[in-house]
Design a protein around this ligand. Sequence first.
Ligand SMILES: Cc1cc2nc3c(=O)[nH]c(=O)nc-3n(C[C@H](O)[C@H](O)[C@H](O)COP(=O)(O)OP(=O)(O)OC[C@H]3O[C@@H](n4cnc5c(N)ncnc54)[C@H](O)[C@@H]3O)c2cc1C
Length: 472
Amino acid sequence: MNSKIWREEMVRGWGMAVGGMAKVLRPTTAEQVADAFGEVRALGGAMALRGSGCSYGDAALASGGRVLDLSAMNQILAFDPIRGIARVEPGVTIRKLWQHTIAFGWWPKVVPGTSAVSCGGAAAMNIHGKNNFAMGTFGESVLAFTLLTPQGELLRCSREQNADVFFAAISGFGMLGCFTELTIELKRVHSGRLKVAAIVARDLAHNLQILEDMRGAADYLVSWLNLHASGRALGCGVMHRADQFEPGEDPEGLRYFDPALQDVPTSMFGVVPKGWLWPGMWAATNLGMVRAINWAKFKAAPLEARGSPYVQSHGAFHFLLDYVPRWHWMTKPGGLVQFQPFVPYATGELVLRTVIEECQKAKLVPYLGVLKRHRPDPFLMTHSVDGYSLAMDFAVSTKKQKRAQLWGLCQRLAEVVLQAGGRFYYAKDAMLLESSFARVHGAAATQQFRALKQRLDPQRMLQTDLSRRLGV
Ligand SMILES: Cc1cc2nc3c(=O)[nH]c(=O)nc-3n(C[C@H](O)[C@H](O)[C@H](O)COP(=O)(O)OP(=O)(O)OC[C@H]3O[C@@H](n4cnc5c(N)ncnc54)[C@H](O)[C@@H]3O)c2cc1C
């Protein structure tokens, strides 16, 4: 593909519920990124940056405008296997990164639920993993980066150099400039596997209690909630705890430093390609079987708990969502949206209970609910809090009225969360109102971010459907 030609394409959020036509360019070098910036600057138009396009909503879209897709800038420029430090182009995916480093006993400190995301997108959204309570966000593992500003200036940023830009561009959802190179610190692992234990949580309070009891010692914690359960069982779920092995504790696990043994299998029983599974899942979703599937999953949980602990490769534990390629197509044609409130510890139980109850009352129950523990981080536009998040996936109807009902519900729930001092995460958002922006971040951070935007991008070249919706 010619990396110098803008092509008219349909560009969607990963959830497929929002999107629009845009002119797309896929540069392969930092010089081509600079040329594209120069061209758009001269034309006076606007442009969105895009990594792997894994944001669920409109964070990497520019309907009717231009999109600079960085996925072809995907070279690992250097890796130091003694210190575990990698220098990468922004389009390098988390998968490409660990495939390169695991053989030396290094794994990224923070990984999301899919390994398809790019390092540029991970830094721009400051993503979190199942260890956010212990290891912090992705930005905390970034040592330095170069940022090409819309004015054409190449800024070298770290905690010591251009620190204000460092702490704002990480978490700055692609508003301040384009990462052209990132230096990332990885963590030492002594086995290619993790010890995993399943714990049945009776209800929401029990789930939260497990998070509090274990977060001092566990490496990873995540709970899958059955959001159909009500009454005393409301918020019940299956918590998974995973821990790293100590040096020498898992000699067999050294074999799993082979990247081929980390990847999730692409077929079932070695025969059925998993890419063929989504039509079955589509049928289950459309026949209203989600409730029954959730119920069966939670009935099976005690069996899994009795068989705990067991071992799993890092890849198998983290990237469960990569097991079935294109699983999100099960929500076609309407697609899906995710609503992920972050709520402070003190009001966490009450707010999450209210959110789940309101979904049930509205008869719009998410087919998936994932609970995590978080900690604050030093980035300006952070979504993280000392508390919890509950990621809820909703299938979207193609019927206008039903879609509006879902948007209305989420906006009502957002109000509950904001009143309790909660936050939101733009990688997952599709429906927050403009008035929410300052309420999520507070007046001081909002003002500081707007001032940086004015300094680095006075022409407001970098815009996305998300930034326009939030009036950034
Ligand atoms: C199945 C699935 C599971 C997920 N699980 C998690 C999870 O567990 N935790 C979590 O935190 N997130 C999770 N996510 C969300 C995902 O990690 C974020 O949306 C991430 O930002 C996606 O990276 P991307 O490369 O696809 O970026 P895109 O979605 O393409 O872009 C994201 C943002 O980054 C900006 N951007 C992209 N490249 C650059 C660049 N070079 N310079 C500056 N800005 C840039 C874009 O403008 C946009 O604002 C999940 C997503 C999926 C699909």
